[in-house]
Design a protein around this ligand. Sequence first.
Ligand code: AHR
Length: 530
Amino acid sequence: MASASLVRGQGGVSRVEVLLGESVGRIAPEIYGHFVENLGGVVYDGIWVGEGSSIPNTGGIRNDVVAALKRVRPSVIRWPGGCFADSYDWHDGTGPRAGRPKRTNFWVDSAEWPSTANKTGPQVFDPNQFGTVEFARFCRAVGAQPYLAANLRSLPAQDFWHWVEYCNSPAGSTTNALKRASDGEAAPLGVQYWGVGNESWGCGGNFSPEDYAIEFKRYSAWVPKYGLPFSMIGSGPNGGDNEWTRKFFQKAATQRGLGAMWGWGLHHYSWNTSAGKTTDWFAGKGDALRFTREEHYELLREASLMEGLIQSHWAAMGDVDRGHRVKLVVDEWGSWHKPGTEPFPEALIGQQNTVRDAVLAGLTLNLFHRHAEKVAMANIAQLVNCLQSLFLVHEDKFCVTPTYHVFGMYAEHQGADSVRTVVATPSISWGRAVGLEGLNASASVRGKRAVVTVVNPSFDGAREVGVRVHGGRVASAVGTVLTSSDPHHHNTWTNPRAVEPGALSVRVQGDTLRCTLPASAVAKLVLELG
Ligand code: AHR
């Protein structure tokens, strides 16, 4: 984050300077995207219960998840993976549900399965009840656009073409359009966003960037558009691997293969390395619920690296794509904790979600706003029962997580104009966590209304904050805050409202708003401008 010295924090007061006249760019609503992979308890139990279920559902899709998700205005949802995508045959999820094939899920051999998990159910042997039209209906029910990730590792390019045809060709025009109609959707599904593989450097085929550039071109060339908006997303780097980006763009440009690309994927997860086993993918992570002050800061510091990743990949892309036609799509981000807090044993890579995770979400979304001209979409991983989820659900049990509330509080930023926001505050260094911003903020404007979101990452210290608005007069301000007396606090099925937003007292003094941000807090100030 740019922590320029416009105004130094004085007298213990941290300063946030909001420059209304300096637009960064429009905040793409798609930054508020989600991710649904057919992994553990995300789809089966998390979203899909089937029409015959006693759990209230509409066409097999849980009503509780739909109703709550709608409230936070999800813009786009990515499916079916993740690593799962590169093993998925979309044909399996079409046709009458009773006749669909049962397949072994990509995640069958994951080392993270709890020993108590039942490994005979739909999380392991996929009955394909939730296919393309079921996913499209879920998206429609919550008001989100679908984003499909195509299989590049194990299916030919022709299948990608045919999936596009199944989704988007006009009613009655093709055999695949008729197939879609017999699955209950005569009109085109109008899928705009298409991922061409996933993590092609890893589970998506272990390609080199040059080889992936050739594959990308083969898959993306001459795909029919049917006059509909159509945006293809390339499978980008693993975190800070700038060379992957650079080499891909160089190779793709020489092959005239960049033309079809709208977005370049970037994945960045945050985890603790306190176990000291950083080479062990799973055991090297920290616990979702039991963490020290140092681990608290370490996790948030890891998340804050997102800013450098956005900047360095943007620079590498710009070496070739000089006009920056291609934007960044951060289609997987969030916290990743070690096994042990899954909501139920079949929820592979499921984890609890505390106030610390909410702070991570608020901080990351602020970074996306601050780079609104670069980031065109982002998808937190994952929506239900997996990684940094918004919901923990199982059978008839349901609760939202603190992270859900951040998405609700921030929803108003969607589509507004991000304006430059400069923070002056001492940074935090604690053990392994060195140089974490002491305060993190972003602001957006729409007409006479501005929204400022401010995150206090401190483990236990409140902060006096002065927010000064340049270029406008503040007529009134209303504050909301998500916090708790302890960053370990979280919601459970028996105590589902332990963490939820409340009012934040804000004083307007001329062009400055004053408030006290509690420790580990995500705050929103809504300003009416005079
Ligand atoms: O989100 C879980 C996994 O993390 C995804 O399947 C993969 O893309 C990433 O490595």
